[in-house]
Structures are given as structure tokens and as C-alpha cells.
Ligand binder design. Sequence first.
Ligand code: VG1
Ligand code: CO
Length: 543
Amino acid sequence: MEKIRVETSAIAGQKPGTSGLRKKTKVFMQPHYLENFVQAIWNGIGGAEGKTFVVGGDGRYFNDRAIQVILRMAAAGGASKVIVGQDGLLSTPAASNLIRKRKTDGGIILSASHNPGGLDEDFGIKFNMPNGGPAPEDVTNRMFEATKAIASYDILEAQDVDLSKIGTTSLGEMDVEVVDPVADYAALMEKLFDFGAIRELFARGFTLRFDAMHAVTGPYAKAILEGTLGASPGSVLNGVPSPDFGGGHPDPNPIWAKPLVDLVMGPDAPDFAAASDGDGDRNMILGKGVYVTPSDSLAVLAANAHLVPGYAKGLAGVARSMPTSGAVDRVAQARGLSCYETPTGWKFFGNLLDDGRITLCGEESAGTGSDHVREKDGLWAVLLWLNILAASGKSVAELLGAHWQEFGRNFYTRHDYEAVESAKANAMMDGIRGSLDTLVGQTFPAGGVTMADEFAYDDPVDGSRSAGQGLRVQFDSGARVVFRLSGTGTEGATIRVYLEAFENDPVKINADPSEALADVIETAEAISNLKAITGRTGPDVTT
Ligand code: VG1
Ligand code: CO
């Protein structure tokens, strides 16, 4: 086995976005593309020499090939050990857990999350820090700088490592330990939750459907939900990971997981249903006849987590990404908890979690998590819901109804306009940005504008500042509109319009969300001129 140095040159556009570097799979498969970025990761973290890493991915097309390249480059870089999930599989939260539990120097996660997979679809790679969380901006900036300066990379010439068998082998001087991707994660879940109570719930005939969407959570959900907890066989749907996710979008929302939503709205609805995404960090929560918005889910979990052993001591505080609704803020206010508002992307929660300032956090994009790992965690959210349902004896609809009665309701929806020409999307954002100063005091159907700005975040722990994190307009009615460009897309620009209205009249809280939000939607158009500028007549995806 020989270590070789391959000459290369910088490839443009290798800038990590909201969650790592995401590109079309064919782009990643171009000569040197992956290798350049992996070398830039090593360069960005001060080299791989003597270090131990975790590597795994969501099993999408090219996952297996990419892992072999990373292993050979880790060996060439002098890493002492790489821990890999069997067959190269690790859900994002399971990878985060392994990085922490084994006290490693970080890890590489291969995924484009909820984006479709396959030769013509998307691939992604990101680096997580020794705390188990996504690399913060200063580190990803160093990696990006390294991609621009690269002239060569080091790689071992070697055969593929067999990742199908659990155990330790070597690659050159480096150990490769293949681990069961589920075991450590399942053990962590068992520590946090009252598995006995959830088991009893199922023993009493409680029904569940979990849609793994042909993605990485299948083996985890089968082992934990059907295996350990006794949900009836067949409760886990689409539980075998496939490289192209069965040809679908592994995105747990009412559009891409429509069959599950239809099921809970129909006569054969189970008591509880949920879905997760490509890499297992997102979740969608459903009950008989109800869809729980991710923002509401975060708020309900924050209000009830103390019913669960792992959180019985109470919460240190909570956090939400800026576009997430203010539902959790109301819980925090009522319970005297500190509440932080961060930019979009899980990396911004890391410092707050490490510093013990928060216990729970979440995003409107179907992400919820806690201090148990440093990633959002889909199956964890499902188990937290199940444990709360078991402990409270209430149904999902009852819990949600009672929550709105107590705290009021933040009606919420997000409109996505995908693959918009970048120039048009930027023109729209520039237009809004230019009008921010004059918006305050103006009146729209959603109410009078009380605040309009471009969100910037000052991290209270390390003092770093992240500017340009979305345009927000707040109204005196409690309504809010936020405009942002996505940082995970691979084609043109994706415009996200986040729409929120607040209601605490006990009768009106049961209104149809589309009616409750009609004025806010109209207002967003008036402020942005989105239709005129982009030529679009309506959103591609509404969640
Ligand atoms: C989206 C979501 C964001 C999430 C990110 C990664 O980012 O909005 O909340 O953290 O995806 O999630 P953007 O920049 O496209 O809005 V995942 O499950 O794709 O790793
Ligand atoms: Co994901």
C-alpha cells in the first residue's frame, strides 16, 4: 500500500452552505471533486495526523464509493483510526452520538438530507466537530479557503475496505472499526426515555405508523419501535434504505409524505404517525386527524418534556431558529425559561448546548433536538412524543388542543419557490432589503409593521457575529413574515417565505390555517412583489 500525492487544482464553488457542501451527485463524481474537499477538511482542522474520526452516511447513491475515498485519504493523512457504520450507514444523530461517546476528533457525514438521491440527484458531505455538532462558520470558512488554495491531496493506493463485517481491520497504518450503526444510539434512547411506559402503551393496543421513507432510519426504527418497544410488525413503513430512496424525496412533510398524512386523516388512522428524512435528523409528527407543525411540536415538547425521565429535572432553556414560529417562546415565557433565537442551521445551537444554556431546540423545517447529541434527531423526537403520550394518557389532538388553549396558537406555514433564477431571487431580496427602513409604521392586511430588519446573530457564548440571516417583518397583530434564500439547494435559488399569525381567542384558535394566514400571505406578496419579479404564480412546496 503506497501513499501517493496527487496534483490537483482549485475547483470553484466548494463553499459549505447551511449544512455542509451539497451538489449534484455527478458534480461530486467529477475527478478530484470529492478528494479536493476532503483534503480541504483536513487542512481546515489542522490535519488528520494521529486523529480518530467517525464516518458514515445515509446510504444514498455514491455513499459507498465516497467512504472508500475518505478512508484512503484519512489513512494517507496519518489518522490513527476511523469508526464506520456497517455498510457505511449512520444516521446523522447516530453519527453525532458516536463522535461524542467515543471522544473522537470529529466525523464526516455523507448526506444531502431530505434532497433526493441517485446519479441524477443530490449528494453532500459535512464535517462535525468533536462535540458531535456541525462545524461552525469559522471552521467551514477555513475549509472553503483551503479549497481555493489546494494544489495536491494525499491518498493511499489500496483495495476497498470490507465494511459489511463488524470488527476492526487496518488500512495501511490506520485502524478501521466497523460498528453496528444502531446499537449505541438505541442505548442512548433507552437512557433518556421510559421504555417500560411506551411498551405498555403498545401492549394496550396503541397503534403507530413510522414512515422511514426508504432512508436511513429504517433499521433504527425497526430495532427500537418494533423490536424493543413492541409496536406491531409492519408499524415501520419503507424501512429498507435504498440508494435513491425508492425514487422519492425523503422529506417528511405533508407534500412528500402525503400517503402518511392521508392515512391519519382517513378512517384507518393510527393513534400516532411520524416520518423522518434521508439522514434521520428530521421528523414529522401526526395524530389521528391532526398534523402537528414542527414549530408547534417544539413548543408542545418544551411544555411537556418534564414528564420524561431524561428531562425530569426541567429544561435549562430553549432555542429556535429565527424563522421558526414563536410558539416555543410563549412556553418559555410562561415557565420562566430563557429562550434564544438563532440563525437557520443546527450549527448555531452547538454553543448554547455545550454551554448548558439550553436543553431543547428546534427549527420550523421539521428539526427538533436536545442536549443528548449535537444534531437534530428525528427518532428521538418520535420517542419523546410517545413517552409524553404514554405519561399524560392524552391523544395527540388533545395535547395540541390543550396547548393552544393555554398558550395561544401560532398559525404557521412556509412557502418554497424552488430553482428560481438566482438573479431574480437576489433582485427580490434586494428590493425588500431596500424597503425595510420605510416599512415600519405602514399598515398591511396582516397589521401595522412594528419591526423590519435583516437578522444578524451575536453568539452569546463565543461572541461571533453571523449577519445576513434573513429578512423579517413583524406586525402589531403578532403576525410575522420572513424571507430567506435556502443554503441547501443544488439548483438556482430556493426562496423561502415563512408566514405566521398569532391567535389567542379560544374560538378562533381552531380556525383553518389557510384562512387564518390569508392576510399574512397577501401581505408577504405586497412587500416582496415575488410573483412579478420571479414570474411564479404560486409556491412549489407548501409546508
Ligand atoms: C434547510 C432548513 C434548515 C435546516 C437545513 C439542514 O436549510 O431550512 O432549517 O437546518 O435545511 O437540514 P435551508 O438553508 O435550505 O433553508 V437537513 O435535514 O437538510 O441536514
Ligand atoms: Co436531514
